[in-house]
Design a protein around this ligand. Sequence first.
Ligand code: SAH
Ligand code: SF4
Ligand code: F3S
Length: 438
Amino acid sequence: MSLKGKKFHIHTFGCQMNENDSEHVAGMLSSRGAHSSPSPELSDIVIINTCAVREKSEEKFFSLLGRLESIKKKKNLVIGAIGCIAQLYKSQLRDKKSSIDFIVGPNNYDKIPDIITHYWEEKITCTQWNRGWKEFSPSDIQRKNPTSGYVTIMRGCNNFCSYCIVPFTRGRERYRPMDYIIQEVHKLADQGYKEIQLLGQNVNSYRDPSTGRDFASLLEEVDRIPNIEWIRFLTSHPKNFTPRLAHTMKKSRKICRQLHLPLQSGSTSVLKRMNRKYSRENYLKLVGILKDLMKGISLSTDIIVGYPGETEDEFQQTLSLLNTVKYTNIFSFRYSPRPLTPASKLPDSVPFETKKKRLIKLQNEQKKIQIEKNKSFIGKTLKVLCLGRSKKDSSIYSGRNEGYQVVNFQSSSDVVGQFVPVKITQCGPYSLFGESVD
Ligand code: SAH
Ligand code: SF4
Ligand code: F3S
């Protein structure tokens, strides 16, 4: 099937790495003459970029697939499954889901245009691993946002946290050559991007493949690129967060005073069982260093409740840590056993109801913290990067402050893509509201 003039739709589940991968795939298809379409119903090709991190992410994929199958009964539709579920369940998907025409794992996206053009009728499964870095379509990225750009700096993960499927779906760490990263950031700056987000499952372990220069050196290089005003990065594993990195952040005027630092649990014994390789004390020490170096730094985190064997006391340790750190935002999950992981071999011993109660308790505690924190912004004027208009009301603009909080605001002129001073007038637990003051 020639791609020329065909319409494609990509639905992305999962993390920012998947989002950026989808932007690359969209770019590759567009450069072969296809056009992106807003809905599966209007498309010739639908690609689902999947996530396998929790059972729920799998369920979401199968439910979307069901919807696409009913569309496929009425019209010609090529369906592709890519991403982490594709890598994990390659043969099961091929044998049991006849509606899927091609299955491509995260290391083989460069082959998608050729698969659609030449081979999809043979039901291709393409899930080979590769050792070194493989550059996908450096020049053909179709980005979702014209102001803030994702830049992938590494793929894979070597950490094998006991609950996590990512090392099995994405493979071992491969680092992108620093030159390519720098070139991409220069290009974004030339295109008018104001913010970049460097992406990897564990950015702190980055090493340039030829020179061995580390993540802090990469940040120093990126910091020198003119016109990019805000730099963010994720995800940082606390065990690899060096004091040198904290000082690099402090020295830079562009690196935002904001950090996503996944905790997972506030209990040292649970962290040990999770194979996280830091203790509650190490984590709190790191938070202390960051807060001392950068006043007002905004921290966010990921937390899992109900890990096998988690006692009430261990859960309380997580709960109490929230009040010590006072995160700006948390992402919290019920533990979900995943295939191939060491934790999935343990009995999933915390009852579902207990996991549910713990999650609600944690989220309520955090909500109180966020309400308190957000109230303290009322009356202050914050620098906000306007990323678009609010989805609910197009007369309202939406952006993020340096701390990566959502700020919705009114403005008399079109400020999309610009930095705007916004005076905060109201707040909720999850966002701030205000008016532009220029
Ligand atoms: N590389 C990142 C995050 C990867 S997955 C890191 O190291 O932090 C994103 C989040 O999903 C994790 O931080 C964890 O909180 C959650 N997660 C991963 N596996 C999970 C599982 N089996 N059950 C519940 N949550 C899980
Ligand atoms: Fe998963 Fe741990 Fe790797 Fe993060 S660091 S992707 S949680 S194995
Ligand atoms: Fe999900 Fe794969 Fe990302 S499992 S979180 S899409 S690396």
